[in-house]
Write a new protein. Structure first.
Length: 186
């Protein structure tokens, strides 16, 4: 089923919208949630919540790209769940590694809000990523947006994990320099 047809089902408040979304984007949303949460049950709950959030958002918003819309909802819900679970205990998983890797490039959210306008930081990071060559852009987004593991990125890109790790380290260094040049205090 095409995305516009699925969105139309949401607008019509037709229950088939959820099934069509699950059939077409269920695996995609589960992958995002699983990468962040490292827990099948929590990931499945976030995906189900994604469908509910999409159901509630659609009557007032017609998304341009359904996959991106659903991915963003899933990612935000998964991060919220991650924060909830890890506020009590520190766990393993890919998300802890991703956040540790970026810690030197971007300050804690409380510090960012006190020192600079958060929207300017987001614009600067988006511009940095947009200016990367396509293969680096893909690696960066897969690691820091989708929280994919280094080994999964390497396997899909036909590279060694060490090569991906080195590229990510260079990009983090470039990002830090890029943000520093633009006056962001890190």
């Amino acid at each position: 089923m095409e995305d516009n047809e699925i969105i139309q089902l949401y607008w019509e408040r037709n229950d088939l919208a959820i099934k069509a979304t699950a059939d077409k984007y269920g695996h995609y949303c589960r992958t995002i949630a699983k990468n962040i949460l490292n827990n099948d049950e929590d990931a499945e709950e976030c995906v189900n919540d994604t469908y509910l959030n999409a159901w509630n958002a659609m009557p007032t918003h017609w998304p341009e790209q359904l996959a991106t819309f659903l991915g963003k909802i899933t990612r935000n819900l998964s991060f919220n769940e991650y924060k909830r679970v890890h506020s009590q205990k520190r766990g393993g998983g890919e998300m802890a590694l991703v956040l540790d890797e970026l810690a030197d490039c971007v300050a804690d959210s409380d510090d960012v809000e006190q020192l600079i306008d958060r929207q300017e930081l987001i614009k600067a990071i988006n511009l940095f990523v947009k200016n990367l060559v396509a293969d680096k852009q893909k690696i960066f987004v897969r690691r820091y947006w989708y929280a994919d593991s280094v080994s999964a990125i390497a396997k899909d890109g036909g590279m060694l994990p060490g090569t991906v790790s080195k590229r990510l380290a260079r990009m983090r260094k470039q990002l830090k320099a890029y943000l520093t040049e633009r006056g962001f205090e890190l």
